[in-house]
Design a protein around this ligand. Sequence first.
Ligand SMILES: [Zn+2]
Length: 220
Amino acid sequence: MRFPPKVPHPYISSVMFPPAVPNPDVVLYTQKEMDVLVEESHNALCPVVAHCATNRAVKMAAEAGADTIEHAFWCDQETLTFVKKNNCILVPTLAISERLYGDNFKYMLKKTLKAWEMDIVQACGGDTGTFNHGENIREAELFYEAGIPIEHVLRSLTYHGWLACGDHRCGRKFGVLMKDFAADLVALDNDPRVDIKALRNVDFVMKDGKVYKENGVCVA
Ligand SMILES: [Zn+2]
């Protein structure tokens, strides 16, 4: 399908443009449909990503067994207990929330910290395309601003990213330095445990064992 479609399509519109005020909470699938969708996907060894924002939608997706929940903007604590109970990974997409929600954004930082306190696995992932490429690191900075310790933020950037992609089911091993895992590395000029801004100064980049940047200079 072309994106964006040349001719507006009513069904696509219903997915792309939720009501301005998401109350009543309109969901696209029934619980039965979500259950079957996840069951079929897992049977085919495919992870399931649920793109949802509101309490009702997140609870339903979690109960269906979705592997990851993207956004979960308006999740309250009760909903987070569903996420935890069903071992879902949360991808809070804070960098886009910061741009969208003004004063209400503070709530999302609190929710992200709460989820961390509850031991919910969270991954740093963005709505790629909703902000400039190269600004992705903002997501990690916001995890840190939420109050999550830097070492845990780094894990959310790396290993949890792999978990969120379906771990062994995604066809590629990355996110940790281990035998048989992809040699994807970055080196920083400074220690991010001393100053979070170090994440913005990437000195060295290796992907799949090939060096792309060395001493701060692009070499590939
Ligand atoms: Zn999205």
